[in-house]
Every structure is written in structure tokens, then in C-alpha cells.
Design a protein around this ligand. Sequence first.
Ligand code: ZN
Length: 211
Amino acid sequence: MWAAALTLAASPSYYLSGTLMSAGRMYSTRREAEKNLIERALQFANLKFPGEAGQAVELWRPVCTRPESTSLNELTNDHVDLNKWLVKITGRQIIRGRRQFVWRLDTLAEVLKLAEHCVVEIHPRYENASKLRECFSITAPSVEAAYAYAVGLLIDRKKRWARLVRRCEWQDCGRFFLSKAVRGGGGGERMCSEACRRAAKSWSSKRSRSS
Ligand SMILES: [Zn+2]
């Protein structure tokens, strides 16, 4: 009897009702759920529109209830708006480990209004017989709400996402990415990939040879 109860509790599909469980949601720690949403938003921002717009629907499917109902026009607007936000955020300096005044960006209220219908679900699961683990999932009613929530997380003063979000400094790239965790005051990664680091390095050594 007890074993059966444990099995039931360990499976979210027995606990949840309605459409959320049928969409095959992923459950993880709050940090992982937030990171997943932010990374998805950054990938979306990095798509080249209109050429790669078709990838956006699949990208958002695990988070959004019906991403396919978003028109190309709306997707394009979301893409433009999100890029503007990320440029603003990453344009703020990081001083002593803090992205300066990022929470003061003027239209914060507007962005959070878009995100207000997002659902953060907490599902308790047994880790073992004496330990409960909280598992999270984030669901958004639209692509707009999903990216807006990601922006909200990035500018939340209490969280550390603002200082981890970066724009690749290699001139031919400029993609947005999350830097590896930063310890202490500053640091972190300036470029999004090994390829960009190599390209920047060979460019600067060529330049110093020719001068
Ligand atoms: Zn790069």
C-alpha cells in the first residue's frame, strides 16, 4: 500500500489535471526551469528573421501552450522587441558583479504585464523516503508572454541572471548567451563559443602583425 502511494506521488501525471500534463512538461529545480526559459529566449533572439522564423515555433513548443497559433507577423514583432530588450540589458555595465541599474529599465512594468499569465507550477516529489523535492515547470500562454517572463527574470534584482546574460564580443557574431557562473566580483565569458574566441584571437594577432 505504502509502496503504491510512493509510486503515485513520484509520477506527476497522476497529480496534474487538465492540459498541462498532456503537453509532456519537463520538471526541474526552479533554477533549471528559469535557465531553460532564458536560454530558449536567447536562442529565439539569435534566430535570423525572416529566414529562420520557422524554427521559432518548435523552439517555443515545450514552454508555450500553442506556439503555432502565433502569426509570422507577431513572431517577428516578438523577435524585434526581445532583441531590443537584450541590447538594453547587455548594454549596461557590470561593476563589482552587478549589472548596473538593469532593474530601472523604463518599461519594466510593460514587460511584466505581458508575462503575468505565465504559470509557474510546483510539483512535490519524493527524493527518497524522508526528503521532498520541489519540481518546477513554467508555462506561457503565448510566445510574447514567454519571452517577457524571460526578460523579467533577467532584470530581477534578486536573481543572478542579469550578470550572466552576455552579448558575444566577437565583431562578426553578437549572439546573446548565458556566461558560465561567475564567482565573486566580475569576470565570466566575453564570447559565446570556442569558435568565436579563436576567430577573435587570430584577427587580433593578424592585426598586430600588420601594424
Ligand atoms: Zn560568438
